[in-house]
Design a protein around this ligand. Structure first.
Ligand SMILES: [Ca+2]
Ligand SMILES: [Ca+2]
Ligand SMILES: [Ca+2]
Length: 318
């Protein structure tokens, strides 16, 4: 849309020159109305005056979203890819990569090269929403540019992402994918078994949760959730032989039981897809989606025992 580009360029130039640009009143229609309008109608009318403040990047972003007909989305571009690709990254896979991060005008502001590689599980909130999505479909050794708008690039401050900006209009992440481990229940079990002693205990989950927050900015969506209570609930949910620990066999058995129930559920509610980590227990009705209500009610659930227990209750216990 060349007109839009020209318009934005003008805005940027006038903005820098300290001229005033004000959107006229008729640009303040809702996003819902916008979808119904023609593209031409969506281009806002700009008044240029000789006084007032220059446009902020947030105002420019707002105009760009209006002209785009909705919220901005990420753009991906494969810079280089090997001729053979055994597997493309899918949600829940584990990856390692290096990155360089650039601002919109091409200035490099951060990189992992020279330091540690980033190790993470894809699609479970260990990275910004844009990066989580942009990694999907990558092959090992691929070099990809993921350009992420502000609304998808923000992430809580953490060890791994501490150098990424949280206030840029657009950022470009140049990713070099170094390794990919496909999701399996066994890998997930190892991931959660923080002290690597082949059983998941309450402490593993509590430490895992702390590490996620500190290193990746990944937290419970509901900050009223008590991690200790959630860990106790998690163990009860998976502990078939009731010895206080979850071993690999128990983990696989319960994960498979739940996946079968999720497959039976045809109608999907609105919410986030179920996370195979500690947050697995948030999907209380086993439909594969964690809704706003489930997140909201989680603290109450965690004070009680799971409604679906991993073992049969003997008659005399009732
Ligand atoms: Ca352990
Ligand atoms: Ca057990
Ligand atoms: Ca659910």
């Amino acid at each position: 849309m060349p007109f839009l580009q020209l318009l934005l360029m003008m805005l940027t130039i006038f903005g820098t020159a300290n001229a005033s640009l004000e959107m006229s009143a008729d640009t303040t229609f809702s996003e819902k109305d916008l979808g119904k309008r023609k593209a031409e109608d969506a281009i806002p009318v700009i008044e240029i005056r000789g006084e007032g403040k220059p446009m902020s990047s947030a105002q420019i972003r707002h105009l760009e979203e209006l002209s785009n007909g909705g919220p901005l989305d990420l753009k991906t571009e494969t810079v280089w890819k090997s001729a053979t690709c055994e597997r493309k990254v899918q949600r829940n896979d584990y990856v390692t990569f290096h990155y360089k991060c650039f601002t919109e005008d091409g200035k490099k502001i951060a990189q992992s090269y020279g330091g540690e590689t980033v190790k993470m599980q894809v699609g479970v909130g260990m990275a910004s929403r844009g990066l989580d999505k942009g990694l999907l479909g990558m092959c090992v050794e691929e070099l990809r540019k993921i350009t992420i708008p502000y609304r998808l690039s923000r992430k809580g401050k953490s060890v791994v992402w501490k150098n990424l900006p949280n206030d840029e209009h657009w950022i470009t992440m140049q990713i070099e994918l170094l390794s990919l481990t496909p999701y399996t229940h066994q890998e997930q079990f190892r991931f959660l078994d923080s002290d690597n002693d082949t059983k998941i205990a309450e402490d593993d989950l509590i430490n895992w949760s702390k590490g996620m927050k500190k290193n990746y900015g990944k937290t419970w969506k509901n900050d009223q959730i008590d991690t200790v209570l959630a860990a106790k609930y998690y163990i009860k949910y998976f502990d078939v032989n009731r010895d206080g620990f979850v071993d690999l066999g128990e983990f696989e058995e319960i994960m498979e039981r739940d996946e079968k129930m999720m497959k039976r559920e045809k109608v999907k509610a609105k919410g986030r897809r179920r996370d195979p980590g500690f947050a697995w227990i948030l999907d209380f009705n086993n439909d594969g989606v964690v809704t706003f209500e489930e997140n909201d009610e989680a603290p109450n659930h965690f004070e009680k025992d799971p409604t679906t227990l991993p073992y049969q209750i003997d008659k005399e216990e009732l």
